[in-house]
Structures are given as structure tokens and as C-alpha cells.
Design a protein around this ligand. Sequence first.
Ligand code: ATP
Ligand code: MG
Length: 451
Amino acid sequence: MKNLTIHPLLKEIADIFIRQGKQVFLVGGAVRDMLRGEAAQDWDLATDALPEEVIPMFSRVIPTGIKHGTVTVRYKERSLEVTTFRTESNYQDGRRPDKVDYAATIEADLSRRDFTMNAIALSLPRGDKVDPFDGTGDIRRRIIRCVGNPVERFGEDGLRPLRAVRFASQLGFEIEDATLAAINPTLHITEKVSVERIRDEIDRILNSSKPSRAFRLMESTGLLKLLLPELACCREVEQKGFHYFDVLDHSLVACDFAAQEEAPLTVRLAALFHDIGKAETRALDASGVWTFYQHERVSAELSRNILLRFRYPHETIDTVVHLIKEHMFHYEEIWSDAAVRRFVIRVGEEHLSDLYRLRRADAYATSGIPLPRDFLAPLISRIDGVLSYSRAFSIKDLRIDGKDLMEIGVKPGPYMGIILKELLETVVDDPELNTKDKLLEIAGNLNNRYV
Ligand code: ATP
Ligand code: MG
């Protein structure tokens, strides 16, 4: 394992603590990542100084979690979380500790942390290691292991099992047997964790390079059935035909593909949920083949419910639901230019590249075999052609507006809206008509017809 070099800024900060006669340690993910030979992300510090003692040490301190003993220090463009040594006690409901007791030593502080790999401290400024649970050994062995008794630790905070599977997919580590075995008996504790904390872990899983690792562990431990029953019940929903996987494996393979392509979170969510409606829409046709009519609609609605349940931002929900609803398009060369334009209008130009990503993930996950070439290329080049030729995709792209219509006698109100929509339809069919003169002529005719 590499020698650990302490960043010069950390040494500067440590000196400020030392001058006040206080101890300070680098802890948490930063130490774990340094020991893995990766660059440390955020710096978390642990100290015997109380928050009210830390605040006057720096000019910019934000009391972000003062009741948990945490303040955020801004120092030369860096943000550091500084937490007073603590133990956690009185977990009443498995959600969060009710009160925080400060601890006297770094060892006591480390013993309340979740996993051995997260319970290592580096004493600053020198970087001497404090590692009472052999986290270093577990990192070398690539193992996630609870500090202490796993059933007790999961009983204190039901988010920890989800953190374990999240770290497994982020780091590619295995979960140690007793730790893994403690997940199922403590599901009733996980059930009480707030949806926001769970959502943050799901996002981290999805943003890892191989989300399926975590979802498979969630399935085998019962976490998936508890948190995402709509996905869990896709197991053994066989598809046959072109498909090689059942619906759950298909979804996981699609999600991994989206992750490998570094797709945004919305596409990863869409890949994970795009087929969950198949479980309930499945039917055998007359020739004995499985069909899933309208599954994209059912998948979209089920996904909306899941995302609402986890309180995702509305913009995220709308995008994911929209992508899922549109994922079954079937382009053929015989599409007219107007049909291509209608497709662009329905999907929205801003969603096209994400829809392509979702569709590539879906196609890959049919067989798990890489596609020899981009099967979407013909559609993409058609769309590029249409976009370069005409950009009239919404009413605001028309060469006339409501004011022009009023001048030829159209009254403002809903009826004007109807005329504008008709004009857009006309222009989508034939972009040549998008000139002021031609549109006024058509609008005049429409107006006469209705008045
Ligand atoms: P990352 O920031 O990369 O997700 P991390 O290990 O830094 O990983 P944080 O959530 O930032 O995770 O927490 C910092 C440290 O606090 C952890 O390393 C761990 O020691 C401790 N910790 C965080 N959450 C818990 C928890 N639920 N139970 C016990 N200890 C925890
Ligand atoms: Mg962290």
C-alpha cells in the first residue's frame, strides 16, 4: 500500500487546532480512499474541540449540523466537515440517534462508525494511523465489515445495510458474511428510515460504475422487495423471443450499460424502470408467444409512483417518466419528413440524446452482446437532416404571432390558440409554409371558416 501523503492545506488547518491544544484527525471516506490509492474526495475531520471552540478558530464557519457536533469550515476554497468526537446512543427508532454524546477519544469515536474501512483515522498533521478494527486489512482484502456486531449496528441505524450494498457497487468490494447475513433480520429497522436518506443511497448506487452489484445484493437480502417491490417482482418474468434475460436481469443489464456510458441519473433511472410494467401486462398470444402490449405506459406510471414515493425532484420525475413512455419507438425508412418532425416534437429536442441512450441500453440488454454498429444511426441522421432544414417545432417558432393574428381580425382567447396550433401542424407537414405571408393567408381562411 502506498505511503500516505498529507495535503499541505490539511497541515495548515491542523496547525490551527494544535496551537489551541486540540487534537484533529482526518477520518471517513477520505482515509479509506487514500488507503485504496485513490484521490480523497471530501475531507472529514474529527476533533476533541467542541463546536463552539471550533467556530472562533476560522473566519468562515457554517453551523451545518451543530446538534450532531458538526460544523462546516470554509478554508481557502475548500469545505471541511469538522465533527467533535462522539458516541451515538439512544437509537429509538432506527432512524437517527436521538442525542449525541461527545466522546473523549478518537478510538471511541471510531467505534460508532459503520464499517471497519470507514473507521480509520489519520492523526494530523503527521498522518499517523489509528486503526483499531483493522480497516486497513479489510481494505486490502476488499471487504465491507461492520464495526462490532452487525445485527446490533444495523439495529441502530437501518440505513447502514443500504450503505453496505452501495459501497459494494462503488468500490467493487465484497460484503463479509456476518455483515451480509445481518441485513435480512434487520429489515424492519430499514423500513423506518426516511425516504430521503434512502433516495440518496439509491442515487449513489446508480451513479456507481456497476449498479447491478448493489441491486443483486439487495435482491438476495430482501432489501429490493422492501424498497422497490415493483422491480423485485420482475424476477422470473420470462420474455422469450429475442430476449435472453428475465425482466429483472434485463433491467439490471440495461442500467449497467447506461452507467458504463456515463449517462445522466435520469437515464439510469429510466433504464432501471423502463420495463417494470411487463410483469402486469404480460399475456400469451394465440401462437403461444408472450406479449406486453402497452407495457411502456404501465412502466411509466409505476415509475412515477416510485419516484414520487422517494420524493425525487419533479423535473427528474417528469424526464424519467417521459423517457420510459417514449422508449418503444420503431423508426422505419418510410417515415415521411413530417413523421420525423412529429417524432422530434413529441420527444422534445432536449430529450433526444437521452432517449437514444436509453434505447441503446435496452437493445444491448436484450442479449448482452454488444451491437456491431449503432442501429440508431439512420434515425439520427434523418433527424439531423430535418433539424437543419426546419426548426419550427413549437408555436414560438412560427413566423407570426398573436399580434399578427389580431391584425387580421382573430380575437384573442382560446380560439386564437386553436388557430396557432393548426398553423404549427401545417408547418410541421410543410416547413416551406413558415413565412409570414403564407401563414396569414392560412390563418385568414381558418378564421373565416370558424367565424
Ligand atoms: P462517501 O462520502 O464517499 O459516500 P464516506 O465514507 O465519506 O463515503 P459519509 O456519508 O460522507 O461517507 O460519512 C463519513 C463517515 O461517517 C463514514 O466514513 C463513516 O465513518 C461515518 N458514517 C456515515 N454514515 C454513517 C452511519 N449511518 N452510521 C455510522 N457511521 C456513519
Ligand atoms: Mg464523505
